[in-house]
Write a protein of this length. Structure first.
Length: 444
């Protein structure tokens, strides 16, 4: 038996072995972060209580929106171009860093102005947002190095860089929890993790033989990148609206307690999506390469990945639909019990996060950025409108319902409304139906 296994492993091509090893690093790293984060977040939620935990997550949600704006929709195109043109890597990364650094400073200034408008009578809330928004000045620098490692299927360097920073900050959080530190110290650690990650990524980049000194911004390439990516600024912003605007709106329309309860459910739901992101990121270069070979192979790889994502989703969503409340009470305590029903609904939006990761790669490859912008903008408007309607009536439960409806419409229904995107719509349909319904359709 062992001989057969060894023979089978030897027959695997070096490229496939590299992908499997890369996937192992990504999934292992994500699993470690998710598992440890789960424990620490539960501890923080119990210690801070629903009100202060809500204040912290309100700030995180607001920063997520502006952090996405600062990326300028470039990430998928940087990945695409570094896979296609590795010899121009210094120019590609240098140009992206220059664009995103300028947008990061602009976002930092803008968020400070906006928080004074949103929270004129909450000095602590404003201070927390300002401290945490320092992260906007660093996230895109290490983010582009991260993209380079992914493009070369060298994710172990990304995992090590992120996890070293994560472990140091997590230990610091444990110390703060033990000494019962004030809320503002947790905000400081949020930005500190981004600064540490930046240092670690630069060290890893240099160790692997790359030279940060060779980065050069080419403004002709910058114009070219912005021309193809500008619709994704709005598209990606719209996606972040789904993920973050609900918490901001809960904070404005209800109170911090509602944000705290909702944040517990959302963090659990999104944690699963983060684990799946590791899988899709590892496979992305493999899919981009397949398009060069043939359209058939390209869609075969996309379909196989979507099929796997659907299976993972059903395995998670079905149990949580029925057992979310006792699970929440066990981990977070009775004060968060109302997050159980929120999780049982919100988890059904996760499938679109799962598919959305691979869909972004597909959109960048097909250059359907205008469609992405239109669909996501429509969904964002729908999400905000539904939140304005449902939150005053159902509070955090209304926000969960709004998220599920707007995700379904934007990421699934609109694919069939736009002819060039229908092919990906059928890919998702096959995956959701586990190929049963589509096989019947083909026979008919």
């Amino acid at each position: 038996m062992l001989n057969k296994l060894n023979t089978a492993l030897k027959n695997i091509s070096p490229n496939i072995r590299k992908i499997i090893a890369n996937m192992g690093w990504l999934i292992g790293g994500r699993f470690l972060r998710a598992a440890v984060s789960f424990i620490v977040v539960a501890w923080m939620a119990r210690y801070l209580g629903t009100d202060q935990f809500g204040t912290l997550n309100y700030a995180i949600a607001l920063i997520a929106i502006f952090g996405n704006i600062s990326q300028m929709g470039l990430n998928d195109f940087v990945l695409r171009d570094t896979v296609r043109e590795p010899s121009h890597r210094y120019e590609i990364i240098g140009t992206a860093v220059a664009i995103q650094f300028i947008s990061g400073i602009s976002s930092f200034v803008l968020i400070i102005g906006i928080i004074f408008l949103l929270q004129p009578e909450d000095p602590l809330g404003r201070m927390i947002v300002i401290i945490m928004s320092i992260s906007l000045l660093f996230q895109n620098l290490y983010g582009n190095i991260n993209i380079w490692f992914h493009s070369q299927i060298q994710s172990k360097y990304s995992v090590l860089s992120q996890n070293i920073a994560f472990i140091i900050i997590t230990l610091a959080k444990v110390v703060l929890l033990q000494i019962q530190a004030p809320l503002i110290t947790f905000a400081i650690l949020f930005s500190a993790e981004h600064i540490l990650s930046t240092i670690n990524f630069i060290i890893a980049y240099q160790i692997t033989g790359q030279k940060i000194q060779k980065w050069r911004a080419n403004w002709q390439r910058a114009i070219k990148l912005i021309k193809v990516s500008w619709p994704l600024i709005f598209s990606n912003l719209s996606v972040v609206v789904y993920l973050s605007a609900d918490q901001v709106m809960l904070g404005q329309l209800v109170d911090s307690r509602a944000v705290g309860v909702y944040a517990v459910a959302v963090k659990l739901s999104e944690n699963f999506a983060v684990l799946v992101l590791a899988l899709t990121r590892s496979m992305s270069p493999h899919i981009i390469e397949a398009k060069k070979i043939s359209e058939q192979l390209y869609y075969q790889r996309i379909q196989k990945l979507c099929n796997l994502l659907a299976l993972i989703f059903y395995a998670l969503a079905i149990p949580l639909t029925f057992f979310s409340t006792p699970f929440i009470i066990l981990i977070f305590g009775q004060s968060y019990a109302s997050a159980g029903i929120v999780l049982s609904i919100h988890i059904w939006s996760s499938i679109w996060m799962f598919f959305g990761n691979i869909k972004q790669v597909w959109i960048a490859n097909e250059e359907l950025t205008v469609f992405a912008m239109t669909a996501s903008s429509t969904g964002a408007v729908m999400n905000i409108a539904l939140n304005f309607w449902l939150i005053p009536i159902y509070k955090e439960l209304g926000a969960a319902i709004a998220t599920v409806i707007s995700y379904f419409f934007t990421d699934y229904v609109m694919c069939f409304m736009y002819p060039p995107a229908r092919k990906f719509g059928w890919v998702m349909t096959k995956a959701l139906a586990l190929n049963i319904l589509t096989q019947a359709r083909q026979k008919a």
